[in-house]
Write a protein that binds this ligand. Structure first.
Ligand SMILES: NC(=O)C1=CN([C@@H]2O[C@H](COP(=O)(O)OP(=O)(O)OC[C@H]3O[C@@H](n4cnc5c(N)ncnc54)[C@H](O)[C@@H]3O)[C@@H](O)[C@H]2O)[C@@H](O)CC1
Ligand SMILES: Nc1ncnc2c1ncn2[C@@H]1O[C@H](COP(=O)(O)OP(=O)(O)O)[C@@H](O)[C@H]1O
Ligand SMILES: [K+]
Length: 479
């Protein structure tokens, strides 16, 4: 598991540790880790040109001390001080003592073999100030290494409200920050290295499952298992207008660990032709037969409201997607109140904006994509449901406040019907008994891996390709 903590949690843990250590020891730990990563990025340290962009806080201090360490190994280290009068005095003295110097030539940015972004870290507030902002758009030769956080990215949320430094590598200290794991911030962070500095941290508000965590969640049939004991997932999807969504949701559900898939809807003929193993029911969710979880909504068209109401009236977990979400947004969160089993909502940014409008928070898809953590947490809290917000970083939030982010995705997943496969997959995992949080985050992880597997070195994929790649993706985790 990868954990990310908020700035105030880091500050508290830092203060406790600093009180127990000699003055400056913590910053030296950070600078040593930072310098080691930088050295690894340079073909050789001796003779290379290193530029520090140093703001006036401790983030600049870390960068200056790290540059001093590189200067001691023969690098030509220069520091561009964004506010010379307020530069970190001890860090600057260390750099000078090691043979480094101060420059006011902004052109050094483009000539450097490596740039250290020490403008702001967890103390950054608001968009970058005018002295720092131009560096966000400047051409560079060498890699940019962000110190703790790429300057201009909000560490707690990943929101980017103005110019921000695009890093190739971010070296963060003590713990990850949520803004390094969630887009758009994650896109500015590049490859993230964690330098442990010995912080004693509380439970993390944001976490990211790694392959081994997902493998431990995936269901394994026991010797006594049969198709019913493994779980049956019901899929109420598709309409005469959109039969394809039903095929795709069933394709995902068949590969998600449940022992059987029960389908109800207008695309039964097409579903059986494509997936002969599917159980077909003529009745809606209320009388379709026993299932352990329902998936409702993909391609549901006009029938979505009826299917959603019937599914919600059952006593099993319900995953609502696509048209069912539009109906839920229209009808409001009271529809979910008092359910005996949990509900999982899987909106993309547009559907999330609709769900937010349904609770009086008027916004648009762009704002949701820019403020993913905010959107997912708010929908989860107001609807009392687990939310899987799709997109470049998929965010899963449960009503208790746990947030997981998924980093396995690829832009190739943005293909029509890809979300239908995901909802079938997540519903299938729900039917095997996983909690909505686990089912959603394991499904997002597998779906992302399958997309990468299908796209290979880089080629367009179809939603059925993603479904076909779910098995090798699963095997890559459990093998
Ligand atoms: N205190 C310590 O011993 C440790 C500190 N750490 C480092 O210290 C950093 C936090 O240091 P600080 O609390 O001094 O804060 P920062 O250095 O992150 O930022 C504060 C400084 O940035 C300026 N600033 C704020 N918003 C700005 C903006 N939008 N544009 C331009 N300048 C802006 C402020 O005027 C202030 O000078 C961490 O990110 C980490 O790099 C780590 O080394 C761990 C140990
Ligand atoms: N840039 C991206 N990076 C990673 N995943 C993406 C990206 N764009 C889309 N996806 C994923 O692709 C799927 C698209 O689902 P959705 O928007 O519901 O499409 P559809 O309705 O056509 O099925 C989601 O799982 C989403 O997370
Ligand atoms: K920084």
């Amino acid at each position: 598991m990868r954990y990310a903590h908020h700035v105030d949690q880091v500050r508290t843990a830092e203060a406790a540790l600093m009180a127990a250590l000699p003055e400056g020891a913590l910053m030296q730990r950070a600078a040593a880790g930072l310098a080691a990563t930088c050295a690894g990025l340079l073909p050789r340290v001796y003779g290379s040109r290193v530029l520090v962009l140093a703001g006036s806080g401790d983030n600049g201090g870390d960068a200056l001390y790290a540059a001093a360490r590189l200067a001691r190994r023969g690098a030509h280290a220069e520091a561009l001080l964004l506010d010379p009068a307020k530069a970190h005095a001890e860090g600057l003295a260390a750099l000078r003592a090691a043979g480094g110097r101060v420059t006011d030539d902004a052109g050094a940015f483009g000539r450097a073999d490596l740039v250290l972004d020490g403008i702001v870290g967890i103390g950054g507030r608001g968009p970058l100030r005018p002295a720092a902002a131009p560096f966000a758009a400047m051409a560079r030769r060498g890699p940019v290494v962000a110190v703790d956080v790429p300057s201009g990215v909000d560490p707690d949320t990943g929101e980017v409200t103005g110019p921000a430094l695009r890093a190739d590598v971010t070296v963060c200290f003590g713990t990850h920050k949520p803004g390094l794991l969630v887009d758009p911030g994650a896109g500015y962070a590049g490859v993230v290295h964690l330098v442990k500095i010995g912080l004693d941290l509380p439970p993390a508000p944001v976490e990211a499952l790694q392959g081994a965590d997902v493998a431990a969640l995936l269901p394994v049939p026991g010797t006594e298992s049969d198709k019913y004991r493994r779980g049956v997932v019901g899929v109420a999807a598709g309409s005469t207008r959109y039969p394809g969504a039903a095929l795709l949701a069933v394709a995902g559900a068949l590969r998600g660990g449940a022992g059987a898939v029960r389908y109800t809807g207008h695309a039964a003929e097409e579903v059986v032709r494509r997936h002969p193993e599917t159980l077909i029911s003529d009745a809606g969710p209320a009388r379709a037969g026993r299932v352990q979880a329902w998936v409702v909504g993909p391609g549901g068209g006009d029938g979505a409201e009826h299917a959603l109401r019937e599914a919600l009236d059952t006593e099993v977990p319900v995953l609502a997607d696509a048209d069912a979400l539009t109906e839920l947004a229209r009808l409001g969160p009271d529809l979910l109140a008092g359910r005996p089993a949990p509900t999982l909502l899987t909106p993309h940014a547009g559907e999330a904006a609709r769900l937010l409008a349904g609770v009086g928070e008027h916004t648009d898809a762009e704002t949701v994509a820019a403020r993913r953590l905010w959107a997912a947490r708010l929908i989860a809290a107001r609807y009392g449901a687990t939310v899987l917000l799709k997109g470049s970083t998929t965010v899963v939030a449960d009503p208790e406040g746990t947030v997981r982010v998924n980093a396995t995705g690829t832009g190739w997943l943005g293909t029509a019907g890809s979300g239908d496969v995901l909802s079938g997959l997540a519903g299938s995992l729900l039917a095997t008994g996983l909690t909505p949080l686990d089912a959603a985050s394991a499904a997002a992880h597998l779906h992302g891996l399958a997309g990468r597997h299908a796209a290979g070195p880089g080629a367009p994929i179809t939603a059925l390709d993603i479904a076909d790649a779910l098995r090798p993706a699963w095997q890559s985790l459990t093998g």
